[in-house]
Design a protein around this ligand. Sequence first.
Ligand code: ZN
Ligand code: ZN
Length: 310
Amino acid sequence: MLRTIFLVAAALMAVILGAAWWLLIADSKAPETAPGLFAVEDWRALMPEDASTLPTEIRVLEVGRDKAPGFAARAGGFGTDWNTTYNSIQIVWPDRTLVIDGAVDADTAIGMKQSEADWAFDEPAYETLLAAMLAADQVLITHEHLDHVMAVARHPDPAALAPRLVLNAPQIAALAVFARGTLDPAIANLAPRLDGTVQLVAPGVVIVPAPGHTPGSQLVFIRTRDGRETLLIGDVAWSLDAVEMLTTRPVLTQYMIFDPNEDRAAVKAQLRALHDLMATNPDLIVIPAHDGNLIVGLIADGHLTEGFRN
Ligand SMILES: [Zn+2]
Ligand SMILES: [Zn+2]
C-alpha cells in the first residue's frame, strides 16, 4: 500500500515538474541561424543622402510603469525583475514630429496591473500624448496590442487623428479587437498606408515588417542627424536580455496573455536575427518597447530625451 502511494506521488510530482518545465522554460531558444531575415543594408539604402534632412532627436514619454518577474519576459530568468514601461516615442525634426505607439490609457493600465507597489499611471503624460499625436505629421504603431494603441483607438478627436495614422492592414483589422470597445468610424475605416514591405516613411525613418508577435508587428529603424542608428523592436522582445541571451518569453505567456497566440517560431527567428545584427553592428541601439531599465539608461546617456516636445 505504502509503495503504491509512493509511486502515485512520484508520478504526480513528475507530471507537475514536467508541466512547469514546459510552461516556464521549454521551446524558448532561438534557432542557430536566421539568414537574411533582417537585412540592415536594405534599410540603410533607403536613407536620404542629405544628412540635414534627418531627425535631430528621439524622445520618449512614459505613460505608465509596472514591475513583473524577469522570467515573464525571458524564459528561465528567475530571480530578476522586469521593470515594465508603457510609453510612446516621438521622432523630432526642426519643423515636424512623428509619433510611434499609443501606449495605454488609465483603464487599460489598471486592468494590466502586476505590482501594487510599482504600478503607476501618469494622466498628464497621457494627455500630452493625445495632443502630440494631433501635432505630429504621422502616427504609427509598432503593433496592434492593447498597450500600444489606446491613444489611437480611444483618441478623443478621431476625425483629426485619422489623416495622420499610418498603419498596415493587419494593424487596422485588429484595432477593434485590442481596443476593447467600439471604434469611431474614422478609425475603423482607415485605409492602410503601409504595404507590408520595407518602407521609408519619413527622412531617416524606415519601417521593417516583422510579423510574429502579432501579424501587424514591425520594427522602426531610425537614423538621426548625428549619424546614430536606433531600432525600435516593439514587443519582439520585452527586455533586451532576451535578445542578448537568445531566449524568448515562456510558453506560459501564450496561455495567460496572448489571444490570439504569437507565431512563436517567427519570434524566435527574429531574436536570432536581432542578436546577430547587434553583434555585427555594435553601435546600433536596439530598444524593446517595455524595457524600463534600458530606457532609463538611454535617457541618462543622452541617446533618448525624456518627455515629448510640444
Ligand atoms: Zn505586444
Ligand atoms: Zn506591449
